[in-house]
Design a binder for this molecule. Sequence first.
Ligand code: HEC
Length: 100
Amino acid sequence: MLVASAAVLADGDAAAGKHKTAMCQGCHGIPGYKTAFPAVYNVPKLGRQHAGYLVKALQAYKSGERSHPTMRAIAAGLSDKDMADLAAYYAAEDAETAGK
Ligand code: HEC
C-alpha cells in the first residue's frame, strides 16, 4: 500500500535525486549522528520513508510550518522538483545502503 502510493505521489526522478543528496548525507547519512547546533537533535533517517511524507516535510520546513533552523535553510534552497527527486531517491533506498 505504501509503496504504491509513494509511486503515485512522487513523480520525482530517483536517479536525479541521488545527485542532490550530496548536501544531505553529511547529516542524514551518519547512523546515530546528532547535530550539536542549535541543540542536540537526532537526525532522522530518510531511507525508505514514504516519498509523500518526505516531500511534505520538506515543504513544511520551507514554509516555516516546521521550525528546525538547519532544515529550513536547506529546504529554502530546494525547488518542488528537487524535493520530489530527493523523496523518490530516499523512498526507494534500501535499508542496507541507507547513508552510503
Ligand atoms: C546540518 C545537518 C542536516 C543537513 C545537511 C540536512 N538535514 Fe534534514 N534534518 C536534519 C535534522 C537535525 C532534522 C530533524 C529536524 C526536526 O526535528 O525538525 C532533519 C529533518 C529532515 C526531514 C524530516 C524527517 C522526518 O522524519 O520528519 C527531512 C525530510 C529532511 N531532513 C531532508 C533533508 C534533505 C533532503 C537534505 C538535503 C537536501 C537534508 N535534510 C539535509 C539535519 C540536516
